[in-house]
Design a protein around this ligand. Sequence first.
Ligand code: ZN
Length: 564
Amino acid sequence: MRWSQAFIPTLREVPAEAEVPSHQLLLRAGYVRQVAAGLYAHLFLARRSFLKIAQIIREEMNRIGGQEFYLPALNPAELWQESGRWETVDVMFRLKDRNQHDLCLGMTHEEEMTNIARGELRSYRQLPQIWYQIQEKFRDEPRPKSGLLRLRQFVMKDSYSFDLDDAGLDVSYRKHVEAYRRIFDRCGLKTLFVEAFSGMMGGSESSEYTAPTDAGEDLIATSECGYAANLEKAEAQAPPAEDPAGEALPEPFPTPGQKSISDLVKFTKESPARMIKTLDYIVESRPVVLLLRGDHELSETKLIMALGTAVFRLATPEEALRLHGAHLGSLGPVGLKGARIVADRALEGRRDLIAGANRDDTHLRHVTPGRDFAAEFRDLRVVAEGDLCPRCGKPLKLTKSVELGHLFKLGRRYSDSMHAMVLDAEGNEVPLRMGSYGIGLERILSAAAEQNHDADGMFLPPSIAPFDVVVTAANMENADVRAAAEKTYEELLAASVEVLFDDRQERPGVKFKDADLIGVPYRITLGKRKLAQGLAEIFERSTKQIQDVKLDAVTATLKARCLQ
Ligand SMILES: [Zn+2]
């Protein structure tokens, strides 16, 4: 490809609307243009990168026995009604056809794949199966942002495994864990493999590959022993607290107008770690009071696991007053009647704390959980920096990261609700054991840009860069330079190197700036002075190192370096 004929609309300025580096760089380098919020057009360079990423994924999925499918993005509502997700999933695009039939745009394909499996798979002899596709997905995202990190339409590799039993599912799951490791390694990404929360997918176990980067919205808790978990899933274990000794009993004290924990901290001069935060919830129409340490945050995903339901909400001020006789802000566990009390584990074994008195403008000191009130102790809170690793007990570190791929053991979640059965060796009808596994392609390119850039632009890993090399003729007016550049370009093409020839009538500075920006790992520069000595320059974008090479050795040197 000749740059003079290519559509590579680079930008000098950082676009004002782009906040994270990958978004800025992909716009500046002419990879993508925004169509609407969360919708991006992939231009020439992006398309080349995405085709390479897809090919790596395809090769590694085929290696574990994956069979490539292509299903419609347009799904009939009936399948989602059968699985029960038509009502529960709220980020789905829904529409009606001309006959008023409900349809949706698929954001994942468990229902469609299970529908094929139940119609065709009859016997254990046909198992296991791994089916995958690389296809468009849609999400009616409430807050699309961060460029290609949170989209409304995006490309995913999604695969689905079908096995006879749980042992078979374990094998399919491990195969995917290994395939994913190879995919992300081949894409040149630094990743963490972490325990994750299953969320709306259901099932028993899930894990994620994430890419550490400051642009990420997920927090991962890691420990030097190798423990790594998404914050939604990480087990919380607070360092031991130092509470006063003594056996003082609860004692009310006036706290006029002091409602929040930060109010109380200022008013009492005590640390928030010495306070009990009381949250009044209505869970499936019954009152449940949640207790947390004053400086800890509730994790809604852990609450779902602790309560076994996602049907809950905060009580209104009127409900709190009617149920407990005091306004929100003055509630506490001591003497509380008519509500289930669930306390975070960080309060277990604590003593002499401060809590609301269930009387307006009044709190209690010397509150000791277990002695002054009974509660169920569960892991309810978001892990905080300084919490201890559940495995080795050393402090956890929190790292921002981008989720690249998610693996779910779904088990019988969909086969039970959609009746996907096969006959086992004894002739008994058994439900299929299913796994589902996704990778976001835009996430891979964005994470690669986040992890591999500097002030001048990107240096994408060679395996996913749109070209292997840019050949830059410093001055196209000079006949010798021009002839040498044309010859080098032809040689590289003949050697199957993916080469972009910068033959534009531009100043060398402009050409170098553009080549630095667009993420191509090598640049070969042909200039008058070195050419007189029979030399060309090979510039490695990631290290900015320059090597002089004899003109007739350029192709061989480059092939040895970038096309192993
Ligand atoms: Zn550890």
